[in-house]
Design a protein around this ligand. Sequence first.
Ligand SMILES: Cc1cc2nc3c(=O)[nH]c(=O)nc-3n(C[C@H](O)[C@H](O)[C@H](O)COP(=O)(O)OP(=O)(O)OC[C@H]3O[C@@H](n4cnc5c(N)ncnc54)[C@H](O)[C@@H]3O)c2cc1C
Length: 393
Amino acid sequence: MSVPPSDDALISSAADDEAPILDAIHKWLERDVRHRVLELEHGDVYPTAMIEQMKAFGLFGATIAPAYGGLGLSASTYARIVSLISEVWIALPGAFNTHLIMAATVERFGTAAQKRQFLPRFATGELRGGLALTEPDGGTDLQAIRTRAVRAGDHYVINGAKTWITNAIEGSCFALLVKTDAQAEPRHRGMSLFLAEKGPGFRVGRKLEKLGYHGSDTAELFFEEYRVPTDRLIGGEEGHGFAQAMAGLELGRINVAARSVGLANAALKDSVRYAQTRRTFGKPIGEHQAIQLKLAEMATRCEAARLLTESAAVAYDRGERCDMETGMAKYFASEAALANAEEALRIHGAAGYSKDLPIERYYRDAPLLCIGEGTNEIQRIIIAKQLLARNPV
Ligand SMILES: Cc1cc2nc3c(=O)[nH]c(=O)nc-3n(C[C@H](O)[C@H](O)[C@H](O)COP(=O)(O)OP(=O)(O)OC[C@H]3O[C@@H](n4cnc5c(N)ncnc54)[C@H](O)[C@@H]3O)c2cc1C
């Protein structure tokens, strides 16, 4: 039976420069995290101590260039780290995913002053936050957002509302997508991205109660006559916000794909172990062919999801446009995570339904991976559009 490599094998086969950080994170997960997840997750408690530890590892600067104080990791190494942590709890890499998308948009599109001013503070995690795109009337159809920024001298005045924003409560700075020209055609030409720090006129709304992904804070944000200096417009020129946000989501999709690989692996590993110890009709359930078929499918999904994620990360590291590759990885890996979570639940029988084991958590957490960073319906549309565009007749 093909089982994905153990964490130890993964660490020893890692490139020389990434092995020490993978090893340190692995030890931390086993020493300080794994035994605490059940309690924190069931209570929907923000894991403050773990966030601080991830800050100390430099993970809030994982993909930020060393020139700005980050670790400058490749997307490939980043994805391995995210998968490793996600085998234990997907909420943890969720906290730095959206933060690093914000950082990536500044690093790629920001002015020299914005890079100097923000990236070092993002890298240490001193200034943390995320991406504020979604609104009550605009999720998939982001060009329908209503939040407006109107220029008033050396400031813009922003009014509007965002919802489903990760890190909204604990974070303090957000890449905020707004309309600077509501009449522009096509609509995306009237959209801009600002670095918005909490202050007067920037209010956090209610914390949203969720099926899973507990421990990650998700809330509404409100902007009421919120004034932001003009030098916080990413890149310094109006009309590029939509393209900047979409480019940032390529890294976000690698994170979601890698988190999905971690969750799919965790469901498989727990199931292999259970299939060897739980006995029915005089033998371990792993000796029943019906269970073997499930394990084989789960292992194959894990391997395929991992390879797609690695290949998307390699494309990202080459600096190519990779919305098709990251879309494929995110789509396939998240569906693999969802399918593996369900199969793990079936293999565990009533034990899988119990709150004493993590299986029911996998089952509640996995659907988010199919929704976040663009739903899987939209991923398939992106893949198909790129396929057609890259293969003209
Ligand atoms: C836990 C959590 C955390 C989140 N964190 C953030 C965050 O930090 N920042 C942020 O900006 N957003 C965040 N989101 C929002 C998330 O990005 C959106 O939920 C997602 O993009 C989908 O938007 P929607 O929920 O409005 O669904 P809708 O856009 O209303 O879609 C509803 C359904 O219609 C389908 N659909 C829509 N348009 C099409 C189409 N053209 N073709 C085919 N099918 C279509 C969708 O796939 C979906 O199945 C978060 C969401 C969750 C659940």
